[in-house]
Structures are given as structure tokens and as C-alpha cells.
Design a protein around this ligand. Structure first.
Ligand SMILES: Cc1ncc(C[n+]2csc(CCOP(=O)(O)OP(=O)(O)O)c2C)c(N)n1
Ligand SMILES: [Mg+2]
Length: 1067
């Protein structure tokens, strides 16, 4: 279609570019058929018709003629032929002969001024060829761009030049050009030849290489395309499915002269390069044998980041949250975030003692938070670098989540004030799946941060591994294509090109609010760290690197040659910064104590005392007044908006009741088999519960959330299908059955001035989403952020977030976090998958000592224990306790991650209900629920005290009842597994002096809680008695896939639990 536009433009008295613009704006691009065209056999009028309103008519005529010259009147045919053959204005038109007998033949005899048809074809073909050529550069120019500063590698892992590009490494060397042209001609691509080089071609609207010109000689077209796409910047963007965005990028890179820098800008760039380079030099001089993962070979990263920040600040951003790996991290802290140099230098002093809690972390993992004035824009800017583990890319979703939270809490709904920058290594960006998972969050309504600028330090190596062994995609950045992010590859030895792409990246983000990637193609001057010998594995590359002039030197020489700076000025800049480093180094020797809290990435002003301590060591009652409970219950069981039709299918088989009374549960999630469970019926049942002053699991959760919202606590519940609930019990988002996408969240209609409730179904990524929510929870202590796994076992695809952040986060980075993990767990005959949330793993990572009985007399023992622990692990057996523990999470004066093993069948179990009485003001979370039946009335008679946790309690009580052993066997539930409630359990044990002790669990012996509970129970009783085990045998899989085996195993563990002789032979 394009060739039509070009030629049509040529015909019109407007400038070609105006014409084409007008045309392309007004005209759909779809191919036209002759049938759609008006009558074209009218003879051509005089040439002034080319102006004014008739030009459209002429244009249409022209298209028709192009498609079939015979479809228009002969006079038009002649006219178009003459015009295309280059006839001068006024000469193309030949008036038709009078319409008299024989006139038709006369017209037929009329000859064009030139025999134009072959030329027209050639012209069209040539324009087509030029158009294709332009497009080829736009699509594939980056493959031949000179991206590798070493000049020996191919950033796309391919040394060949794409077959439809004329470019060669020698650029427009005529001989090479001819050869390429010949190849292309033979290959049938363009049909252009050397003689076409000086012909003028009209430019399509999809290029900006013309600047003010609408036509250029082919030679110049190629030269400009080479300049735009094949020098030190390789732009990948033609996969973007948005014309406006593509045009925006084309304009940024094709417009002639667009990459101009003022002397001032060049000097600033040089000064920043001086800082970046000399910082590493300084560290190398002072601590030559210390690991620091220096930036040498990519010093340009510092000015690059500063440019992105300057430009973003200019566009209104005042908070930038960054995540980055090891490479150059200290340099970024010093020269981008501006951490005091002495604070960095003293980290190299091995004699410093830690002043704060925790083990701390090595210097290149710690985070940072700093607010300052941006000198370029004179605006306030806050910079935060999120602390990260060694696990590459794991911080990506955490940074996203924190960014989202900061945006949310300052009402920045479009990401205009808060943004994130993520840095990556080339090998990690290509290799780590979390990169892909994080990209997939970038455009989801409840997860978008409205665009992230990604910067890849692409040193073309990962540790000792060459890119060819590390990835199968051409570039390490190809993963970004999935979200249509433009990718700007740039040779980092051309600092101005780097600054330019960084500016464009920041502008892209502020214009389109979408992700963008800057790929800094660079090298690594040293080994992976400063102790490493790179010549073992990359001898040739490193021979080249040894010869490579540092970029600072190259750029300084360039600026001196341009007269932008002189040599003394340059040297003075260097000595000025060296002096700053020396002075800071001297000051750093005065530091005697290491304060990890100086490296906090997310301070919570006002939450702690000025010393960073909790404001109290108590927790108020987590109960509520009757009114509040009733109000929340009523909203939870109604539709709080008008004209909203909820799902109300009749419950023909009344499976609700069937489920509720069942003990041997069928699949406990989703829609009950064989019948519909109307939402209206679910709400009605909720209403009945409220009337009876009781709650089930879903209502308990509602009560906890609803009451916290009233207290101004934002709640965010995220995970797969959490809105309805995997088990169809929650229904926090109602869907109008008649109006598509009309929804209602009753939780947001509870109170005037309540805090907002966010409930969001997530993408199917545990790693990404859990990391995101962890980041979200970092931003504020006044939010309850919960992540729910679809089934508890799926948390292991997010293991890295759990192991590296949630479990040790406070110890490593003095950063508290109150995230809640809801992990559906329980052996319900569903097979090895979907059964176990792996409690043993969480318990094994608790930091309390199994062999040491803490001081139980200590005031506020329970709260102190919570304060000292790394996380809290609970398995609630009642909805009421679930309610309390959720509320406690916020009412505590500090924050700890909370792991909750949540039930499946208990969601609907008739006994798993709690009366309002147990949730009223004055009530608390029960860490232990003691036996309160017959056994408790005559404890001396009790033969066995069984401890358990979670759902198995209901199996045990049912069995005890069936066996009539209520007086002989006491059953006590441990609801808070960690920190271990030594105090309460001691009381329980002492209460039953004649009872033997047993632990009963439904999980296999090598799984579940046994290994955690047993030594702690033994410590509690000073090892006075054994703790017997009643449960499944050890196994490799979490559960059997055979239902019968499952039931047999269950019965066997119940038999053991109630056989009072079971352990006789062992004692
Ligand atoms: C998840 C993970 N796997 C492995 C490692 C070990 N490791 C540390 S650095 C590194 C190479 C990283 O290469 P690249 O991403 O290119 O960064 P560079 O060091 O080149 O800057 C590896 C494999 C790690 N830190 N994290
Ligand atoms: Mg690398």
C-alpha cells in the first residue's frame, strides 16, 4: 500500500510529506478494491484540478490506475504515465480529442509524452524497494550496530549481516556497498543498482530521517539509516504493536541531529565519569584484596542512571526505587544515591563491631534510603535501593511491589511521582525466570507500576560463562519483548550515545508509562570479582580488554580535542574527587561501630521510637464489640449497592448441607459436584450465622479485615483466584450477572472514611507475586498485606522469596515486614499434590532454640518471644483464632512475617465455628487451646495427653467420642507453633501429672510438625517423659494418591492415638 501513497504524494501540489501525512491520516490502510472506486472513466480535466477538493478524486483515480491502467479513462492513463515519467508541471496533461465519430480511436492513438509504463513500474518498484530498505533498517539495523566496545563480539551472538540490509562494517565504502547491492539484487530483494544511489526518493511517513526534507537521494537515505540504526545504538522496537509508539521511537532516533549535547552537558557527563571511575580506582588502591564487584568496563552506568533520574525528576518523579545486583553496587550507592563515602569505606574494616541486632549482610547487598535535592532539576528526590540477597533478580518483584505501595499510598495512580529502576546482569537477565514473571506483572491493574526502566550491565559474560553457553536468544534482553518494551542496545564506550538512550528511556516511561530496557553493552575489566583470574577461561577476550583504553580516558581525550575542556581542567576534576575520597577515608577510621540500620531501605517514620524500638511490648485485646461484629457480618451477607444482580442459582441438591455435615470431605474447593451453589444462598447462610452470633472461616476473615479497615489499616489480599477464593468460600468480589465486568466489593462499603481494601487475583506466578507483596508490605507498617497460595504446596516455586527475604530479612537488613502467607494445607485424600504446605520447612527455619527453656517468668513473655522470633507460624483450628491472629498481626507494636496454614475442609466443617462470645472485646488469640472437656475436669485420671495442631483435632475428638475415652485422653491444640508456647504447654503438662504425652499429626513422620515440636516439648518438661508419636510413617511424598490407603493411614493413626497400650513396649 505504501508505494501508492508515495506516488499519490508526488502527484499533488502539496509537499510530499504533507500529502502523505494528510492521506495516511484520513485513509484506512486496508487494501482497496476497484469495486469500491467511483466512476473512473470520466476524462481528465485541466491540471489545476490537482489542488483543492478535487485532489482526493484525483488521488482515487490514481490508485485505480495503479491497480489497473485500463480502469480509468485513457486521458487519465496518459496523464498519469506522463507524470510518473517526470513530465514537468503543465505538460503532463493532454486534452482529449472531441467526442465525435472516431474520437475513441483518436484517444486510443494518443501517445504519452514518454513511453512511461515501464518507468512507472520501475518507479513504483524502486519506491517500494526504498521503503523496504528503510523498514529493514528499522527492524534489523541493530543486528549490525557496532555495540561491542571491544570490537570482537556480537551483541546478538551472530556475526552475519541480515540479508536485506546494505550495511557493512565499512559502512558506505562504495566497493562494499556495490557488492552488497549485487548480492541483494541477486537475492531479489531490492532491484536497486548503483545508478539509483543518486536518485531522489520520496520518504514514507514511517521515517523521520528526512528531517525537514520529504525526499532524499538514496545514498543519503542509506547514510542516515546507518547513522540512526547501525552505529553505537541498536534499537529494537518494531515488534511493538502500536503505531504511535513506533513513530515516537523512530522520531527519537532518526531525526537528523537529534543527538546533540551542549558543552555543559558534556562537561557534566565527564565529571560523572570521573567520579564513577575514580571511585573504583580508590577502592582498588585501598583494599586491593577485597571483593567489591567493581564496575570497571561499565563506568558509564553511573552517568546513565543519573541521566535517567534527572530526566524523570524533570518530568515530575520525586521517588525512585531501585533494585540491583552486585556489579557496581557500591559505586551506585556512593555516586547515585549519595551515601556518605565514610559509611561505605568503613564497611571494609573487618574490626568494626555490629551495633544493631542481627547478623547484618555484606556491603554489596545492603539497601539504602536517601532524600536529597536533585542538582540538575533543583527538585527534591528520594532514592531508595532495596537490599537484596545474592540470588540474582530475586529483588525484581520486591522492588515492583514496594514501588506499587509507595504509589498507592501517595495517590499516584498513574506512576507520575514514583518509579522504579531495575538493574540486571546480562546472564541473569536472560537466565532467571523471575525476570519473565516480573515482566508479566507490569501491565496488570493491581500490580502495574506504570513502567520500569530496566538497565542491563551487559558485560558479555556471566562469571566464567560465555553468552553462547548462557542463553539461546540473540540478546540477553529478549525476554522484555513479551511486554512490547522497546530495547535500546548501546555501546557503552560511547558515553553520549548512552546518555541519549537513557534520556529517551526516561521520556518513554513518562510518556507511555510502560517498561523500557537500556542494554549497556560493555565489558568486565577484571574477573567476576577482584580475586578472580579471567584469563583461565576467556584468554582472548581479556587480551583485548588489557588493550582497551578506559572510557574516561577516551571521552576526556575527545572533549579535549573538541575544546570542551582542557587537560588541566580534566586533571583538576580528578584530583578534586580523589581528595573527597581521601578525606572520607580518614573520617571512616573514626567509625568504631557498624550500624546496619544506616542501611535501611524502607524506614517507617513514627512507628518505632527514635531509637528504633517498639513503642510498647504489649498487645491490646484483639476482640471487637458486638455491634462491630454484627455490622460487618451483615455487610458480608448482603449486597451493599442498588441494582446489582448477584449469582443466585437454586441449590437443587443442597450440597451445601451435604458438604457441611460430611467428615470425609470430597474435593473441598470449587463448585460442589453435581449441583449449583448459588451465591445468594451462600450469603443467606452467612446471614443465618450472623443471626446466630457465630462465624465460619470466611466470616472470621471478613470480621478481621473489616474491623482493621475501620481502624485505617489498608488491606491487600493477593494471590491466584483470591477474590472468590479457590474453595469458593470467600466471595469478596461480587459479579453482576447481567452487566459484564460490573463488580462490587462489599468490604469497601463497610464504614465511612474506612481504609481501602484491595483484593486482587494475581498472575500465575508464586515467585513474582509473593515477591511483589513482600515489597508492598515493606512500604508501610499500617497495612495488612496477605498472599494466599492456591494450595500451600505451591509456595515452593517462591522458595527464594521465603528463604532469602521473609525468613531472614530482619536479621540481614534490620527490616521488619508483616506480610501474611495463607497456605491451604491438610491431608484430605487428594494425593501428593495439593495436600501439604510443608510446615516442616517453615518450622525448620524458625530461630528459636529447641533445647533452651526461655525464662517463662519474664513480663510479657509471649510478646517478647514474638519480638525475638524471625517469623510466626500458626495453624488455627477455629475461625475465631484465625480472626484473632490476623488482627494481632496489626495490633502488635512491631511487625513479623506470619505464616498461616489454612484449612480446606474446615472452611465448611459444622464444628469449625466460633461464637461471637469468643471474639468480643477482651478476647485474644489463643496460642494454645487447652482441653476443656471431661478430661480437664478430672486431670489426675487422664492417661494420655495428646497434643496436635490444626484439622486433625476434629478427627481426634470424633474418634475419642466414638471410643468413649473423653475422660482418659485429653487433647490440647497448639495453635501457635512458633514461637513455641513453652509457658502454656508447661501448664498443660503439669495439669495432667499421670498422663503420658503424645504428639499426633496427620502428616508423615518426617514432615509436618513432629521434628519441631518434640524437642521443644521435651525441653518444656525437662525431658522428664517421652513424647510419643501417633501419625503416618515417614514417606517421600507428602501423601498417598490412593484414597483407600489414605483412609487406612488415617484410621491407623487414630488407633495409635487412642490405644493406651500402644507405647508400652517402648518405655
Ligand atoms: C540465582 C543465582 N544463581 C547463581 C548465582 C551465582 N552467580 C553470582 S554472579 C553470577 C554471574 C552473573 O552474571 P551476570 O548476570 O552477567 O552479572 P555480572 O557478574 O556479569 O555483572 C552467578 C552465576 C547467583 N548469585 N544467583
Ligand atoms: Mg555479565
Amino acid at each position: 500500500m505504501f508505494h501508492l501513497r508515495t506516488c499519490a504524494a508526488k502527484l499533488r501540489p502539496l509537499t510530499a510529506s504533507q500529502t502523505v501525512k494528510t492521506f495516511s491520516q484520513n485513509r484506512p490502510a486496508a487494501a482497496r478494491t476497484l469495486g469500491q472506486i467511483r466512476c473512473f472513466t470520466a476524462p481528465v480535466a485541466a491540471e489545476p484540478f490537482l489542488s483543492g477538493t478535487s485532489s482526493n478524486y484525483v488521488e482515487e483515480m490514481y490508485y485505480a490506475w495503479l491497480e489497473n491502467p485500463k480502469s480509468v479513462h485513457k486521458s487519465w492513463d496518459i496523464f498519469f504515465r506522463n507524470t510518473n515519467a517526470g513530465a514537468l508541471p503543465g505538460t503532463a496533461y493532454q486534452s482529449p480529442l472531441p467526442l465525435s465519430p472516431g474520437s475513441l480511436s483518436a484517444v486510443a492513438q494518443a501517445q504519452p509524452l514518454v513511453d512511461a509504463q515501464p518507468n512507472v513500474d520501475k518507479l513504483v518498484e524502486d519506491h517500494l524497494a526504498v521503503q523496504s530498505l528503510i523498514r529493514a533498517y528499522q527492524i534489523r539495523g541493530h543486528h549490525v550496530a557496532q555495540l561491542d566496545p571491544l570490537g570482537i563480539l556480537d551483541a546478538d551472538l551472530d556475526s552475519s549481516v541480515p540479508a536485506d540490509i546494505i550495511s557493512s562494517t565499512d559502512k558506505l565504502d562504495l566497493a562494499v556497498f556495490k557488492e552488497r547491492l549485487r548480492m541483494l539484487t541477486v537475492g531479489g530483494f531490492y532491484g536497486l543498482d548503483e545508478s539509483d544511489l543518486d536518485k531522489v526518493f520520496h520518504l514514507p511517513t514511517t521515517t523521520f530521517i528526512g528531517g525537514q526534507e520529504s525526499a532524499l537521494p538514496l545514498r543519503e537515505i542509506i547514510r542516515r539509516l546507518e547513522m540512526a540504526y547501525c552505529r553505537h545504538i541498536g534499537v529494537e522496537f518494531m515488534f511493538i504493536n502500536d503505531l504511535e509508539q513506533c513513530q515516537w521511537i523512530r522520531q527519537k532516533f532518526e531525526t537528523p541531529g537529534v543527538m546533540q549535547f551542549t558543552s555543559e552537558e558534556k562537561r557534566t557527563l565527564l565529571a560523572r565519569l570521573v567520579r564513577s571511575t575514580r571511585f573504583e580506582d580508590f577502592l582498588q588502591r585501598k583494599w586491593s584484596s577485597e571483593k567489591r564487584f567493581g564496575l570497571e568496563g561499565c563506568e558509564v552506568l553511573i552517568p546513565a542512571l543519573k541521566t535517567i533520574i534527572d530526566k524523570s525528576s524533570e518530568n515530575g518523579v520525586d521517588y525512585v526505587i531501585m533494585g540491583m545486583p552486585h556489579r557496581g553496587r557500591l559505586n551506585v550507592l556512593a555516586n547515585v544515591i549519595r551515601k556518605e563515602l565514610e559509611q561505605i569505606f568503613c564497611q571494609f574494616d573487618s574490626k568494626l563491631e555490629a551495633a544493631d541486632e542481627g547478623s547484618g549482610d555484606v556491603k554489596y547487598h545492603l539497601g539504602m534510603y536517601h532524600r536529597r535535592i536533585n542538582r540538575v532539576t533543583d527538585r527534591n528526590i528520594t532514592l531508595s535501593l532495596v537490599a537484596n540477597p545474592s540470588h540474582l533478580e530475586a529483588a525484581d518483584p520486591v522492588v515492583m511491589g514496594k514501588t506499587k505501595a509507595e504509589q498507592f499510598y501517595c495517590g499516584d495512580t498513574e506512576g507520575k511521582k514514583v518509579m522504579s529502576i531495575l538493574l540486571h546482569g546480562d546472564a541473569a537477565f536472560a537466565g532467571q525466570g523471575i525476570v519473565y514473571e516480573t515482566f508479566h506483572l507490569s501491565d496488570l491493574p493491581s500490580y502495574t507500576t506504570h513502567g520500569t526502566v530496566h538497565v542491563v550491565v551487559n558485560n558479555q559474560i556471566g562469571f566464567t560463562t560465555d553468552p553462547r553457553m548462557a542463553r539461546s536468544s540473540p540478546y540477553p534482553t529478549d525476554v522484555a519483548r513479551v511486554v512490547n518494551a522497546p530495547i535500546f542496545h548501546v555501546n557503552s564506550d560511547d558515553p553520549e550515545a548512552v546518555m541519549y538512550v537513557c534520556k529517551v528511556a526516561a521520556e518513554w516511561r513518562s510518556t507511555f508509562h510502560k517498561d523500557v530496557v537500556v542494554d549497556l553493552v560493555c565489558y568486565r575489566r577484571n574477573g567476576h570479582n577482584e580475586m578472580d583470574e579471567p584469563m583461565f577461561t576467556q584468554p582472548l577476550m581479556y587480551k583485548q580488554i588489557r588493550k582497551q583504553k578506559p572510557v574516561l580516558q577516551k571521552y576526556a581525550e575527545l572533549l579535549v580535542s573538541q575544546g570542551v575542556v582542557n587537560q588541566p581542567e580534566y586533571e583538576e576534576e580528578i584530583s578534586k574527587y580523589d581528595k573527597i575520597c581521601e578525606e572520607a577515608f580518614t573520617r571512616s577510621k573514626d567509625e568504631k561501630i557498624l550500624h546496619i540500620k544506616h542501611w535501611l531501605d524502607s524506614p517507617w517514620p513514627g512507628f518505632f521510637t527514635l531509637d528504633g524500638q517498639p513503642r510498647s511490648m504489649t498487645c491490646p485485646s484483639t476482640g471487637l464489640t458486638e455491634d462491630i461484629l454484627a455490622h460487618i457480618g451483615n455487610v458480608a451477607s448482603s449486597v451493599p449497592v442498588e441494582n446489582f444482580t448477584i449469582h443466585g442459582g437454586e441449590d437443587a441438591t443442597d450440597l451445601w448441607r451435604c458438604w457441611a455435615t460430611s467428615v470425609d470431605f470430597s474435593p473441598a474447593w470449587g463448585r460442589p459436584r453435581g449441583g449449583g451453589q448459588g451465591l445468594s444462598r451462600i450469603l443467606k447462610t452467612r446471614g443465618e450465622l450472623v443471626k446466630n452470633r457465630t462465624v465460619d472461616w470466611a466470616l472470621a476473615e471478613y470480621m478481621a479485615f473489616g474491623s482493621l479497615l475501620k481502624e485505617g489499616i489498608h488491606i491487600r489480599l493477593s494471590g491466584q483466584d483470591v477474590e472468590r477464593g479457590t474453595f469458593s468460600h470467600r466471595h469478596h468480589v461480587l459479579h453482576d450477572q447481567n452487566v459484564d465486568k460490573k463488580t462490587c466489593i462489599p468490604m469497601n462499603h463497610l464504614w465511612p472514611n474506612q481504609a481501602p481494601y484491595t483484593v486482587c487475583n494475581s498472575s500465575l506466578s508464586e515467585y513474582g507475586v509473593l515477591g511483589f507483596e513482600l515489597g508492598f508490605a515493606m512500604a508501610s507498617p499500617n497495612a495488612l498485606v496477605l498472599w494466599e497460595a492456591q494450595f500451600g504446596d505451591f509456595h515452593n516455586t517462591a522458595q527464594c522469596i521465603i528463604d532469602q527475604f521473609i525468613c531472614p530479612g530482619q536479621a540481614k537488613w534490620v527490616r521488619q515486614n508483616g506480610i501474611v502467607l495463607l497456605l491451604p494445607h491438610g491431608m484430605e485424600g487428594m494425593g501428593p499434590e495439593h495436600s501439604s504446605a510443608r510446615p516442616e520447612r517453615f518450622l525448620q527455619m524458625c530461630n528459636d532454640d529447641p533445647d533452651v527453656l526461655p525464662n517463662l517468668e519474664e513480663a510479657n513473655f509471649d510478646i517478647n518471644q514474638l519480638y525475638d522470633c524471625n517469623w510466626v507460624v500458626v495453624n488455627c483450628s477455629t475461625p475465631g483464632n484465625f480472626f484473632h491472629v490476623l488482627r494481632r498481626q496489626i495490633l502488635l507494636p512491631f511487625r513479623k512475617p506470619l505464616i498461616i496454614f489454612t484449612p480446606k475442609s474446615l472452611l465448611r466443617h459444622p464444628e469449625a465455628r466460633t461464637s461471637f462470645d469468643e471474639m468480643l472485646s477482651g478476647t485474644h488469640f489463643q496460642r494454645v487451646i487447652p482441653e476443656d472437656g471431661l478430661a480437664a475436669q478430672n486431670p489426675e485420671n487422664v492417661k494420655r495427653l495428646l497434643f496436635c495442631t490444626g484439622k486433625v483435632y476434629y478427627d481426634l475428638t470424633r474418634e475419642r467420642k466414638a471410643r468413649g475415652m473423653a475422660e482418659q485422653v485429653a487433647i490440647t491444640r497448639i495453635e501457635q507453633l512458633s514461637p513455641f508456647p513453652f509457658d502454656l504447654l508447661l501448664r498443660e503438662v503439669q495439669k495432667y501429672p499421670n498422663a503420658e504425652l503424645g504428639w499426633c499429626q496427620e502428616e508423615h513422620k518426617n514432615q509436618g510438625y513432629y521434628d519441631y515440636v518434640k524437642p521443644r516439648l521435651r525441653t518444656t518438661i525437662n525431658r522428664a517423659k517421652p513424647v510419643w508419636y501417633a501419625g503416618r510413617d515417614p514417606a517421600a511424598a507428602p501423601a498417598t494418591g490412593n484414597k483407600k490407603t489414605h483412609l487406612t493411614e488415617l484410621q491407623r493413626l487414630l488407633d495409635t492415638a487412642f490405644d493406651l497400650d500402644a507405647f508400652k513396649n517402648f518405655s
